[in-house]
Design a protein around this ligand. Structure first.
Ligand code: SF4
Ligand code: F3S
Length: 322
């Protein structure tokens, strides 16, 4: 399957109830596994300053399932969240992988990078006489990697880890490395967004990115665009309380300024998503999340001013750029 066909089929078929993007990723992975000449994507995965929500979401991937991802799509060389090795033994594996596969591995960073006090507030590995901070690890490995993927909103933009008052001085990976970072934002990330990005890197290289360096395939439209309650918004019929069937813009929904395909991709294993579950979108993929979304359950004009100037204000008058 060529790159254009892959992307087109992903877009078209992810709208259908029974035809998720991930099935096509599975086909691609299985075909790839049968090819003797093809290898897997070598991955070094660092968990830094976050809640671990993205690796939990990743473990819930379906079509392909986790075992299929690990056996057919990626070669997980190092992961301080998943691996059994500890201490010096784990660091030896990391050093060996970085040396032998320099310029070939994909660095996945899950979490923000604390800068304050030389990065002391996130140590990813410790031996008897040495502590490796997230800042040191990312600064060391970033320039050696073929691709760098920031997994989750903390890794992409700072996220919850950098929320006011940000006592650890946390930032996104883009503030640490001077190179292209592929941001796969979300709190957590839908496993489809991450697994399909890895599949794209393996087979076709860097996917088309939006203005925030996120794969446009998943973040190119707002949640609002395909929301099941959009007709209520257009008729200015708004919910008064949670559980009402009308549009939840009045309850602080961030859908009009949030790029994500949640209304048709759905969570997790493609069964439901926030608005369908009667709670507003809180804008978890946004560059200014969570500070720009708070106080939650407050209509957009009354929230804190977004820190990112490019985030357009929304109004009940309509989603003007769509
Ligand atoms: Fe849906 Fe929120 Fe947009 Fe209303 S404001 S249509 S609930 S995304
Ligand atoms: Fe996040 Fe909003 Fe989707 S909160 S999971 S982008 S509906």
């Amino acid at each position: 399957m060529c790159k254009n066909e892959f992307n087109t089929r992903c877009r078209e078929l992810s709208f259908g109830q029974d035809s998720q993007l991930s099935k096509y990723v599975l086909d691609t992975v299985q075909a790839h596994g049968k090819s003797k000449s093809a290898g897997k994507l070598p991955v070094i995965w660092l968990e830094t300053c976050d809640s671990g929500d993205n690796n939990i979401a990743f473990m819930n991937t379906t079509y392909p399932y986790l075992g299929q991802v690990l056996s057919g799509l990626i070669d997980l060389l190092y992961s301080n969240a998943f691996m059994a090795a500890q201490g010096k033994a784990a660091l030896n594996i990391l050093e060996q992988a970085a040396t032998e596969l320099q310029g070939k591995f994909t660095l996945v960073v899950e979490g923000a990078i604390p800068l304050k006090d030389n990065g002391l507030y996130t140590v990813i590995a410790r031996t008897e006489n040495y502590s490796l901070t997230a800042l040191e690890a990312v600064t060391w490995l970033g320039p050696l990697a073929k691709y760098v993927v920031a997994l989750g909103t903390c890794a992409s933009f700072g996220g919850v880890s950098a929320a006011r008052p940000n006592v650890t001085g946390s930032v996104g990976v883009r503030n640490v490395l001077k190179r292209e970072i592929i941001n796969v934002s979300g709190c957590p990330v839908n496993p489809d967004w991450f697994v399909a990005t890895l599949a794209h890197l393996l087979h076709y290289g860097t996917p088309e990115l939006d203005s925030l360096n996120r794969p446009a395939l998943f973040y190119g439209n707002t949640v609002h665009r395909h929301c099941q309650r959009r007709s209520y918004f257009d008729r200015e019929q708004f919910a008064e309380k949670l559980g009402d069937q009308e549009c939840m813009f009045s309850l602080g929904c961030e859908g009009p300024r949030t790029g994500a395909d949640c209304p048709y991709r759905q969570w997790i294993n493609h069964v439901n998503w926030p608005v369908r579950a009667n709670t507003p979108c809180i804008g978890c993929t946004n560059e200014d999340f969570p500070d720009g979304s708070t106080p939650f359950f407050t209509p957009l004009p009354e929230k804190n001013a977004p820190s990112h100037e490019k985030q357009p204000p929304a109004s009940p008058g309509g989603d003007k750029d769509e």
